[in-house]
Design a protein around this ligand. Structure first.
Ligand SMILES: [Mg+2]
Length: 381
């Protein structure tokens, strides 16, 4: 079997899909994207496709080596995301070729269902109580929200109080049996993060995500030692080598993104590495259905898995949502806040190719907001 064609599709709201076709007529789908830089990843996929076309799609481990390392320069969000999406598609093809779901090829399931959480609140959380109540009504047992919108790096008394109030509101609505995770989005400085963490510890967030920017990772060990709150990070880390310092620093939750961190092949390795630190896996996934399908395949066969992000109704999903491009929504039907395992082959997702091709004709130009402080200087989004 040989790969004969690789195509990419730029689809709303902000995604990029790839389609890998073989001479046997098998088709695998992937989601190679960096949010806001989709066109750049598309160009990277085109370059990597020069190597893959003509190759046997089932040599996934070898292709991962060549795609990740064969250009001499390696790593970073663009290349790693391009490799990630192609890796999804190769595993999808392998599953179809062997007549098995990807989790079966990775050693078989260790769980029957995967706990997922829902987003509430957007960038500047408001109306939280109503939004959380709606997610509880929909069956979710955990939500995630931003800890702050645009903020002074050290926070102000009012900013800290607002963060505490939001999380207290969430805790009140959720009760003690459900969870709230809080995303700092790297918006605070290390000192600001320490200040807010100390104020919210009593509200028992499930974890606090990206308490620091990746470039401040050398401060992570001190921050982790200063708080009882489990710290999470990883959506802007691109492989095992970048997770190792965070794991050593004492994070509790590793959040590789299946579309950024080297795909199924590398995220399973990251999961194993995390397990040696007693760290649990919570794959980042504010993206589309293929990235989520890849995440779920990993979750089904990873012992040290905690919870899965998913984008249904997320504030980014304008013009299209998680289910817009799938024929069969069953793998994404969340019951009591869980996705349930199916034995569909490959990634287990049936892409609506006509809808994808139509959406690609319109394309998108999604960019993240650029925020500024009151004095006009750049602010972290
Ligand atoms: Mg995040």
């Amino acid at each position: 079997m040989k790969i004969v064609r690789i195509e990419t599709f730029l689809v709303a709201p902000r995604w990029l899909f790839c389609r890998v076709e073989t001479d046997d007529g098998l088709v695998g789908w992937g989601e190679p994207v960096v949010e806001g830089r989709a066109e750049v990843v598309r160009a990277a996929v085109d370059v990597l496709a020069e190597y893959l076309v003509g190759q046997d799609p089932l040599r996934i481990q070898d292709h991962w080596q060549v795609l990740s390392k064969g250009g001499f320069y390696r790593g970073g969000p663009i290349l790693s995301s391009a490799v990630s999406g192609l890796d999804h598609a190769l595993w999808d093809i392998a599953g179809q070729a062997y007549g098995a779901p990807v989790h079966a090829l990775l050693g078989g399931p260790v769980r029957d269902s995967v706990r997922v959480y829902a987003w509430v609140g957007g960038d500047e959380p408001s109306r939280l109580a109503e939004e959380i109540a709606a997610q509880i009504d929909a069956g979710f047992t955990a939500v995630k929200m931003n800890g702050a919108g645009r903020t002074d790096p050290l926070t102000t008394p009012a900013g800290t109080a607002a963060a505490v109030e939001r999380i207290a509101t969430a805790r009140e609505v959720l009760g003690a049996e459900r969870d709230v995770a809080v995303d700092f989005h790297g918006r605070f400085s290390p000192a600001g993060a320490r200040r807010v963490l100390s104020e919210i510890a009593a509200l028992h967030p499930l974890f606090v995500e990206e308490p620091l920017l990746p470039e401040h990772g050398h401060q992570l060990a001190a921050l982790a030692a200063s708080t009882p709150i489990p710290l999470a990070t990883g959506e802007r880390l691109y492989g095992r080598a970048e997770f190792l310092p965070a794991l050593t620093a004492g994070i509790a939750v590793a959040q590789p993104d299946l579309s950024h961190a080297g795909g199924i092949t590398e995220v399973t390795r990251i999961a194993s590495l995390a397990d040696t630190f007693g760290v649990q896996l919570a794959p980042h996934c504010p993206l589309g259905p293929i990235s989520l399908a890849a995440s779920l395949q990993v979750a089904f066969c990873t012992p040290n898995f905690l919870i899965q992000e998913q984008s249904l109704g997320i504030h980014y999903n304008k013009d299209a949502d998680l289910l817009s491009y799938v024929v069969d929504t069953e793998p994404f039907r969340f019951v009591d806040g869980h996705a349930h395992r199916t034995d569909r082959p490959g990634l287990g997702v049936t892409v609506d190719e006509a809808a994808v091709r139509a959406a690609d004709r319109a394309g998108h130009r999604w960019r993240n907001p650029v925020w500024r402080h009151d004095d006009g200087s750049f602010a972290e989004w």
